[in-house]
Design a protein around this ligand. Structure first.
Ligand SMILES: *Cc1c(COP(=O)(O)O)cnc(C)c1O
Length: 465
């Protein structure tokens, strides 16, 4: 043990902050981890300790697993930092933050061609938005059944087994039977026929996805809609639709404005979209939009007066940050239709450039190309010598996070890699990724006796982004 020239306690207080941060006593003591420490810590030391530990996390910009925004303009970051103290629920105290939220809801509902604009809510992400929309479907179905004098104890929800985990949660938490349509080899989305095979009068709604988590594909919303219109007319059912547009909702209006998937289709009663995915905002903001007031049951909306005023709210949370909503509004007015279009064109071009280059490597089958949303998945033609899990691990050595996972039940013998291109991912980075993928292939092909890595047997599926 080396003795110090001076103990920290002997140094006068006004001189203590002259000690270099990494020369301070606390830097050579263990950091409290699981119990509230008895004493306070110098803020510089606390900051650096935590900052340094987080260096061991992956680099968010190289995380090609996530759909969620990892880059925003410095002006947006400044605005967010200035508004960390705004609580979204305090609408009376922060009336301008509340007004901005309302403007965003108007912008979103208009973008989706709602006949009645402004019926919606902000949420912490699509997951909360889905819970709200799902409840509205269940309430509306119950009202319909009560009017007909029919039982209301067996609601079901029709969707593909490729849904994001939030729909499984919704079904379990709100006691709705999830009626999954299974995927078929080479067809990883639901079809009108698949839907018509399973709907009945207890179906609270049908949920197609605009941007399937596994592949980025758009499910055929309009074809499903038209089939359902016919089915309703024939049977007297009144089955509505909700579109899970978590990832596609902010892309389709700009890259495929003619594509009918939104409120232009009369049976589409509600839509969720993640502001923190292709709304291009840092996490946590999402939106839920209803077609009209009629589709949002009044008894789901609460009115509170203890913050002053009378405020209608439909949320699962009470307090939550207001700054993400403010950042969403920043993007709306900063980018406009022109800016969003430009950004998505760049992302689509980068994604399709990458997917074509990967196809040319002749080792992979593409499941999608990145031309709907800039997300695509690809599988190895031959997994006998090395697998997508090996390639994923090898890319990680360079910092890239490219997830390898199996497809949904019934087609889960297929394992794929998926790449989500986001704002901040340039052609230049794409070329480096391609080089590293090529190197990884050469690495494994140079070792004929290598034992390929197999999927995680716990059955853990990579669908949490
Ligand atoms: C990401 C995603 C969700 C969940 O959205 P969050 O905003 O992360 O809560 C739901 N559905 C689909 C299709 C998604 O891609």
């Amino acid at each position: 043990m080396v003795t110090r020239q001076k103990n920290l306690d002997d140094i006068p207080e006004h001189e203590q902050n002259l000690i270099p941060i990494y020369g301070r006593d606390a830097m050579e003591k263990p950091v409290p981890k699981y119990e509230l420490p008895e004493h306070s810590l110098d803020p510089d030391v606390a900051y650096n300790l935590i900052h340094d530990e987080l260096m061991l996390d992956g680099n968010a910009r190289l995380n090609l697993a996530t759909f969620v925004t990892t880059w925003m303009e410095p002006q947006a970051q400044r605005l967010m930092a200035e508004t960390f103290d705004k609580n979204m629920i305090d609408k009376d105290e922060y009336p301008f933050t509340a007004a901005i939220e309302e403007r965003c809801i108007n912008i979103v509902t208009r973008l989706f061609h709602a006949p009645e604009t402004g019926v919606g809510a902000s949420a912490i992400g699509s997951s909360e938005a889905v819970m709200l929309a799902g409840m509205a479907l269940k309430w509306r179905w119950r009202d319909r059944m009560k009017k007909k004098g029919k039982p209301t104890d067996k609601p079901n929800l029709v969707m593909g087994n490729n849904v994001q985990v939030v729909w499984e949660k919704f079904a379990r938490y709100w006691e709705v039977e999830p009626r999954y349509i299974e995927m078929e080899p080479n067809q990883y989305f639901i079809t009108p026929k698949g839907v018509l095979d399973v709907v009945d009068e207890n179906t609270i709604g049908v949920v197609p996805i605009l941007g399937v988590t596994y592949t980025g594909a758009f499910e055929p919303v309009e074809a499903i809609h038209d089939a359902l219109v016919e089915h309703n007319a024939k049977t007297g059912h009144d089955i509505p639709m909700h579109v899970d547009a978590a990832s596609g909702g902010f892309v389709a209006p700009f890259l495929q404005p003619e594509l009918k998937w939104d409120f232009r289709l009369p049976l589409v009663k509600s839509i969720n979209v993640s502001g923190h995915k292709y709304g291009l905002v840092y996490p946590g903001v999402g939106w839920v939009a209803w077609r009209s007031h009629e589709d949002l049951p009044k008894d789901l909306v609460f009115h509170v007066n203890y913050l002053g005023g009378d405020m209608p709210t439909f949320t699962l949370n009470f307090s939550r940050p207001g700054n993400q909503v403010i950042a969403q509004y920043y993007n709306f007015i900063r980018l406009g239709r022109e800016g969003y279009t430009r950004v998505f064109e760049q992302m689509r071009d980068t994604a399709t450039y990458l997917s074509s280059a990967i196809e040319k490597m002749e080792r992979f089958d593409l499941l999608s190309r990145g031309d709907t949303i800039p997300v695509f998945a690809f599988a190895l033609k031959d997994s006998s010598k090395y697998t997508v899990y090996d390639l994923s691990d090898k890319l990680r050595e360079h910092g890239w996070q490219v997830p390898a996972y199996t497809m949904p039940p019934k087609v889960d013998d297929l394992a794929v890699l998926r790449i989500c291109v986001r704002e901040g991912f340039s052609r230049d980075l794409a070329d480096m990724l391609l080089k590293h993928l090529g190197d990884a292939i050469r690495h494994f092909e140079a070792q004929p006796s290598y034992a390929p890595k197999q999927p995680d047997k716990t059955g853990k599926v990579h669908r949490n982004c």
